[in-house]
Design a protein around this ligand. Structure first.
Ligand SMILES: *Cc1c(COP(=O)(O)O)cnc(C)c1O
Length: 470
């Protein structure tokens, strides 16, 4: 969570209470304005408290117009009802809520099947709060497997483990390496290659490499990394050197897209070198925020000593998680969505989302002021920049002006080696319909004449660059 400063300078500031909110007892209900930065001394009525919080939240953005996020912003009312029914259920109380635990187990089994685990009965997995937690767990398993191998090979050696990845990884991998003291070895971007290169990744591996992360797909531009190519390069490395380096696929978005609309693409457990996969249930899994999944090919990929059995809640169910208590509602909603859509439903939803992305990318290209970096034909996500001859404005200006119309389209610079490149990115999700895309095009079309008349890009400090959202 955002790291906030504790004590505020204006501790005495209070909230403004509208007399209209007043309750039967005016003294208790309205006369005392509650402080903003201190716990109030006395209670408020529920109606007043509700109105104060509700009104302040009106200034949050409209999530459906947020084209920066990958996270689900629309579910059907029935999903909302189920989630409300489960908001008191604690995922960790497997004994108290055995049916919730069973639904979690079924979701893991369905994902194992969807991701072509060789023998679905032997794949193991768990739900998490999102892909970040799932990646931490997968990374911990890789690190522990390396430590065990290393202890056998070089007893007593104090070697430093490393993890190989593209420079385009989501920030969770930088967190993993920082928190668990693993060296992050990053393959840089090169020219028009905005993600990992298999050979360059294999070249970075040595006996202390705990694994290689492949991303399906990259948050920078929505492209799929070449997972099969990565495995092939590592197969060749093993033949040459004997090093057997496992691959983890960060399928935060793509693991819920590719199985449905790119069934021929081999990226999952069909590749023997893929030892674990994660996804965000709350991205293209189509569930509201708060759920992710981590799966391992077989128990051999998940060292037993990382798994805890907590018996004081009554049961003796093995768990692998960073959190202890966690809401059950999201897992139930994931099961509901699996049941509700099935393969055909997911295929239809993801295909129409991809159609919107491709159509919108083409129309933006046709405007003439922009140059596409990707076309929305892998993840339903595309990145674009201004055409070479556009000198009057830059991507940050476009982002800022779109924001005036309520659209959140982030502009950001690319990392090392391509820091010269700044781009805009549009993430199409279920609920961002062709009609909404049409409205976005209309707004862009009406802004462009003004942008073209600018004498040059507004300086960065003047334009409010939107933060890059993974
Ligand atoms: C979103 C994302 C993550 C982090 O996932 P959360 O579910 O937000 O924790 C990790 N990796 C990739 C590739 C992502 O797109």
């Amino acid at each position: 969570m955002a790291l906030h400063r504790g004590k505020s300078d204006d501790a005495e500031q209070s909230l403004a209470v509208n007399p209209f909110f007043g309750e039967a007892n005016p003294v208790a209900g309205m006369a005392t304005a509650p402080p903003k930065h201190r716990l109030p001394d006395t209670p408020l009525t529920p109606a007043t408290a509700y109105q104060l919080v509700h009104d302040e939240l009106m200034l949050d953005g409209n999530s459906r117009l947020n084209l920066a996020t990958f996270v689900t912003t629309w579910m059907e009312p029935q999903a909302g009802i189920l989630m409300a029914e489960c908001r008191d259920k604690n995922m960790i109380d497997k004994d108290e809520y055995p049916r919730t635990a069973e639904l979690e187990r079924r979701c893991v089994a369905m994902l194992a099947d969807l991701w072509n685990a060789p023998d679905p009965g032997t794949a193991v997995g768990c739900s998490t709060t999102g892909s970040s937690e799932a990646c931490m767990l997968a990374g911990m398993a890789l690190k522990r497997r390396w430590a065990k191998r290393n202890a056998d090979r070089y007893p007593g050696a104090g070697a430093r483990p490393n993890l190989v990845m593209g420079v385009n990884v989501q920030v969770c991998w930088e967190k993993f390496c920082n928190f668990w003291e693993v060296e992050a070895r990053q393959v840089p971007m090169e020219g028009d290659r905005f993600h990992i290169d298999p050979q360059a990744a294999a070249d970075l591996c040595d006996e202390n490499t705990i694994g290689v992360v492949g991303i399906l797909g990259s948050t920078f531009d929505g492209s799929y990394e070449p997972i099969a190519g990565l495995c092939a390069a590592l197969d060749a490395l093993q033949e040459r050197t004997g090093l057997d380096v496992p691959v983890h696929v960060d399928g935060a978005s793509g693991a819920m897209v590719a199985p449905f609309i790119d069934p021929e693409l081999e990226w999952d457990f069909r590749l023997p070198r893929v030892s674990s996969i994660n996804t965000s249930g709350h991205k293209y899994g189509l569930v509201y925020p708060g759920v992710g999944w981590a799966l391992w090919r077989s128990p051999a990929e998940l060292p037993e000593e990382l798994v805890f059995r907590v018996n004081y809640l009554g049961g003796d169910m093995p768990t692998f998680a960073l959190n202890f208590s966690r809401p059950g509602a999201q897992v139930v909603a994931q099961y509901y969505t699996f049941l509700r859509l099935g393969r055909e439903g997911y295929r239809a939803v993801q295909q129409s989302t991809r159609d919107v992305a491709r159509g919108l990318a083409e129309r933006i290209e046709a405007v003439g002021d922009f140059q596409l970096l990707t076309r929305g034909n892998e993840l339903p996500v595309f990145a674009f920049t201004t055409a070479d001859d556009v000198k009057a404005f830059d991507v940050f200006d476009v982002s800022r002006r779109l924001r005036e119309r309520g659209w959140l389209v982030p502009a950001y610079t690319f990392p090392e080696n391509r820091q010269d490149l700044s781009a805009l990115r549009i993430v199409c999700r279920n609920g961002f319909s062709a009609d909404l895309a049409e409205l976005l095009m209309e707004d862009l079309g009406s802004l462009l004449p003004e942008l073209r008349r600018q004498s040059g890009p507004l300086k960065r400090s003047e334009s409010v660059a939107t933060a890059f959202h993974h």
